[in-house]
Design a protein around this ligand. Structure first.
Ligand code: MSP
Length: 646
């Protein structure tokens, strides 16, 4: 028996430095839709996603929160996985860069590249912020100062390993310009890579650090940790078992058919990644696809008025498939795509409720009304059917071609133009008139059969994008497994001749747009002037007892100083009315310590003690979000320390 053809598609591995938002959804949804289509087309698919868990940013966040980096990322990874489950993402493998097998691969690969002379030891020079223990490049500095704490930086250097990226310029240029390969899509990015990076001369790439310790140790040089891209990009082969014993799929799936990502990391995938693979002597991926960004209010994500973009909320209120459809329909490959709830509602109403939903409900209702739900075998097909049938015949290849080149918007627009054609076919053939004439029954049966079969064919093509909706449609129109395969979308009249339909639920209820925007505003209130600020959504209701369990008091600040080696933490001595206590608060960026001495603040005094940066904190000082920072909640001098807040 011939072996199944394989297909390997990847999303970027996301940084778990914050919870996933709707921007993260696009690459993953696109890959999921392609993977689903390829499975339907009979491919043996490997669809991978995961998280990129090492690095300075995560190390710092964890320190701020007083937890280990691993505990910190575990929580966020759980949220990523929850989002993918909610969105119906059917990945085959989830790689975490903290997984043992991945660590093995990176270490083995680093050793090999070192032995083969592609990695060498030298000095990393940069701007160093001593309190933050961080190196920065010139372009990362803000007004010449540390972007994290705003303090002066100094020239510094540390021992580090480098990868000889500079040697690969000519080969990479050849790869990018190879007309057979079309390695990088969209093509506009090819020139960008060549003109901005290859032509000016590629710099060798720093691949280890000693100052960032949350990383994979270099096996042969203690104190060195593999740095960022060598760790991250390697995920695409570690998860197949390259240089590790956990998996054995490398021969089967590599090279990847498609690496999908947004534009800001195309450079790493189209220059650095192939260079690593060339140095290893391994095959290169077949295609890199760099799509645009989902933007919000012109770039910045905003949870302000009516613009809620929490994907969990959207899925719950409007349905997973509506969101999947909207995002894939809206983004034109290669361009950015502004997100708006209003536009999504309009799309749901016009495409999903009006065109698709109505076509299904009208057609099944007529089969029930005129034939008690089961069509007779005898039918009279005529030339008037040809246009619809011909449009359906060319659809599968077009959809396949557009989807697998990330042109979902084109493919979906075409499917919906055929759905519109089917709706027009109803009006042209006026079944309600045919129903009045007994001799016209065979023609009426043919018209309704053509419609059911058209619905079957478009629903198959929509299944990769709307995997929860198509099965419901199949059930309503009496389709079964034999006539809902991808191949069956190419066949005319594959439904049983005496097909039986059932009345099902409304697939996509219409949305009252104004009312819905109002609802969202009530759920996520934001004053007009708050527009653009990142308000947290309201939490669910809780019992009064939960509030009563907290002991809130006014406290007087006796002393305040910065915590060494932390750019966030301040250490306080406060008088809580009963005595002195030490408390830490992450507001160092917003206050000079001396500003706070003598102030009377609000504090939760009965939280269990917690250690941060080796110091114990006994309670929590309350602050309120203010612009991009925080202000402490404070009382005037007349309020006595220890006074109860309720
Ligand atoms: N960890 C690296 C990638 C390593 S891959 C070997 C990284 N992570 S990230 O969390 O910042 O994710 C970047 C990716 O998230 C983008 O390339 C894109 O796939 C997705 N998106 C995040 N926000 C996005 C939008 N607003 N719009 C579209 N996609 C974006 O970079």
């Amino acid at each position: 028996m011939a072996e199944k053809k394989t297909f390997y598609i990847t999303t970027p591995i996301y940084y778990p430095s914050g919870n996933p938002h709707i921007g993260h959804c696009y690459s993953t949804l696109a890959c999921d839709a392609i993977a689903r289509m390829k499975r339907m087309q009979g491919y043996d698919v490997m669809f991978s996603t995961g998280t990129d868990e090492h690095g300075q940013k995560i190390e710092k966040k964890a320190i701020e929160m007083g937890v280990t980096p691993k505990a910190y990322v575990d929580d966020i990874v759980a949220n990523f996985k929850k989002l993918w489950a909610t969105l119906g993402i059917k990945y085959d493998r989830y790689v975490r860069t903290t997984d043992d097998y991945h660590i093995k691969t990176v270490q083995n690969m680093f050793e090999k590249l070192y032995k083969d002379g592609y990695i060498y030891k030298s000095e990393y020079k940069g701007k160093y912020c001593t309190p933050c223990e961080s190196f920065w490049t010139e372009s990362q500095l803000v007004d010449g100062k540390c972007p994290d704490c705003g303090r002066e930086v100094t020239e510094a250097s540390e021992e580090a390993y480098f990868f000889k990226l500079s040697e690969f310029g000519p080969k990479l240029k050849e790869l990018l310009l190879d007309p057979e390969k079309n390695f990088l899509e969209p093509k506009s990015r090819v020139n960008e890579m060549i003109n901005n990076f290859i032509e000016p001369g590629l710099q060798d790439l720093c691949v280890s650090r000693t100052s960032v310790k949350w990383g994979i140790p270099v096996t042969f040089d203690e104190g060195h940790y593999v740095y960022v891209w060598m760790d991250a990009l390697t995920n695409y082969i570690s998860l197949l078992g390259f240089m590790n014993d956990t998996y054995n799929d490398y021969e089967k799936y590599w090279p990847a058919d498609m690496h999908v990502m947004a534009k800001e990391i195309v450079r790493f995938h189209s220059l650095i990644w192939p260079a690593f693979l060339m140095a290893l002597g391994e095959p290169l991926p077949k295609k890199i696809y760099g799509h645009g960004w989902i933007t919000f209010d012109g770039g910045k994500m905003s949870k302000s008025k009516g613009n809620v973009i929490d994907p969990f909320v959207l899925c719950e209120r409007y349905g997973v498939d509506a969101l999947r459809y909207h995002l894939l329909r809206e983004m034109v490959f290669g361009s950015d795509c502004p997100y708006s709830n209003e536009q999504m509602f309009a799309r749901i109403n016009s495409d999903l409720a009006n065109d698709l939903g109505n076509l299904v409900s009208r057609t099944t209702a007529m089969v029930i009304k005129y034939f008690d739900g089961t069509l007779p075998e005898e039918k009279e097909f005529t030339e008037a059917d040809n246009d619809l049938l011909e449009q359906l015949d060319v659809l599968p290849d077009f959809v396949s071609e557009t989807f697998e080149t990330m042109r979902f918007s084109e493919g979906l627009a075409k499917i919906f133009s055929v759905i519109a054609r089917a709706n027009k076919y109803i009006d042209e053939n006026e079944p309600w008139k045919l129903a009045k004439d007994d001799t016209a029954k065979p023609r009426l049966a043919a018209v309704l059969y053509n419609l059911l079969d058209a619905i079957r064919r478009v629903a198959i093509l929509l299944e990769p994008v709307m995997p929860h909706t198509s099965p419901k449609i199949f059930e309503q129109i009496g389709a079964d497994e034999s006539n809902t395969t991808w191949e069956a979308s190419k066949a005319r009249h594959a439904l049983a001749a005496a097909v039986t339909v059932t009345k099902g639920e409304v697939l996509f209820p219409r949305i009252d747009i104004d009312k819905e925007i109002d609802e969202l505003n009530k759920m996520f209130p934001a004053a007009e002037e708050e527009k653009g600020k990142d308000l947290e959504p309201l939490k669910p209701l809780t019992k009064f007892d939960n509030f009563a369990a907290l002991d809130l008091r006014a406290v007087k600040v006796l002393s305040c100083e910065k915590v060494e080696k932390s750019d966030k933490l301040l250490k306080f001595k406060v008088d809580d009315g009963f005595g002195e206590r030490q408390v830490l608060s992450g507001i160092a960026k917003y206050y000079k310590p001396e500003e706070l001495v003598g102030k009377t603040l609000a504090m939760i005094v009965n939280l269990e003690p917690r250690k941060m940066m080796g110091l114990e904190s006994n309670g929590m000082i309350l602050s309120v979000k203010y612009g991009d920072g925080y202000r402490v909640v404070e009382f005037d001098d007349s309020v006595l320390p220890g006074s109860d807040i309720s």
